[in-house]
Design a protein around this ligand. Structure first.
Ligand code: FAD
Length: 303
């Protein structure tokens, strides 16, 4: 309910104007590494020094024209170059609507292929983020195509709130592939997604354990410590090798938990977003936690 209200408000142009004007000083900078790639590089170096890997996201989604989609593709090619030059322990995460998917599937396919090819050449990796449900099918289809051409340099995200995901996971696990499993961040209708959080949490556990059992490399992307505890117990009982999975969290959320997992010898990674286009990302982060909205409202009132 809280999520629906916040995401609904986030679509209001007036709210968008206010938040865009003041948001960076009032909370967004907690979740966003900065406006430019050099800002992000400094953050990555700091995170790497603490024994944690990064996945770098250039913020942006639903570009409005082909020129913006080409610019987005170019920015990802540049990110892969900088990661290589500066020897950062980082890969990249991208959204297909930023590559032009809503304008032309073929354009997005060509952009994605260029980026994944570059990742293969620079011995790196591209994670395709998952967006809202109108894009699920096409995202998984493009992922399979890229995997066939460039495995193992590409992975995709699966969302536990969708009813379809367990079937998708099973279908896509021959051969074993590479998945990040998340609960899901968008507002989805009850026709496609579990409305109750407890069902999403239970499906999350089922998806992660099934993914590991089927031999996939699995990125366990959640801040839910109870779930992480249950999953660690499963990993221990099933003797899953430590190089078959990693824990991931978002920049600005529970870094201390991730660091203690790193100290225990688990692979860990922070999702680091940067760029001018931080608004939609920030709204989703607020929607995940009422306390984040309170923090924003207090900062607004103090101005
Ligand atoms: P929750 O049950 O929501 O949260 C568990 C606890 O974590 C909360 O009680 C709170 O203490 C803390 N917490 C969670 N979120 C926040 C926050 N924003 N601020 C402060 N504390 C918080 N979603 C997609 O739909 N597509 C993607 O491609 C995608 N990629 C992601 C990549 C990574 C690395 C991560 C960590 C998440 C990603 N998500 C993505 C978001 C995900 O779907 C969830 O919306 C988000 O992770 C919150 O769910 P949770 O698993 O942490 O569990």
């Amino acid at each position: 309910m809280f999520r629906e209200v916040v995401i609904g408000l986030g679509n209001n142009p007036l709210v968008e104007n206010v938040v865009k004007r003041y948001g960076m000083q009032m909370g967004a900078s907690r979740f966003v590494a900065g406006r430019t790639l050099p800002d992000a590089v400094r953050v990555i170096q700091d995170i790497n020094r603490q024994g944690v890997m990064v996945t770098l996201d250039h913020l942006g989604e639903s570009v409005k024209n082909r020129t913006e989609a080409v610019q987005a593709k170019e920015s990802y090619l540049a990110m892969l170059d900088v990661i290589k030059q500066k020897e950062l322990n980082a890969n990249v995460s991208l959204k297909l609507t930023m590559m032009g998917l809503a304008l032309d599937e073929d354009l997005a396919r060509r952009h994605l292929a260029e980026i994944v090819q570059k990742a293969a050449e620079t011995d790196n990796f591209v994670r395709i983020d998952m967006e809202d449900s109108p894009y699920t099918e096409v995202t998984l289809r493009l992922y399979e195509e890229m995997w066939d051409a460039y495995a193992p340099h590409v992975g995709v995200v699966l969302q536990a709130y969708l009813y379809r995901t367990l079937d998708d996971l099973k279908r896509l696990s021959t051969p074993p592939r590479n998945f990040r499993i998340v609960k899901g961040a968008y507002m989805e209708p009850v026709a496609v997604a579990f409305p109750n959080k407890a069902d999403v949490d239970e499906n999350y556990y089922r998806l992660v354990t099934t993914s590991l059992e089927l031999g996939n490399y699995t990125a366990i992307a959640t801040h839910d410590e109870a779930l992480i505890g249950r999953i660690l117990q499963f990993i221990h009982n099933a003797a899953i090798p430590r190089d078959q999975f990693e824990f991931q969290m978002l920049y600005g959320v529970k870094f201390s938990v991730l660091k203690s997992l790193a100290r225990e010898g688990y692979r860990t990674r922070v999702y680091v977003p940067y760029g001018e286009d931080w608004y939609a990302y920030y709204v989703r982060r607020i929607a995940e936690r009422p306390a984040n909205l309170l923090f924003f409202m207090r900062a607004l009132a103090d101005r």
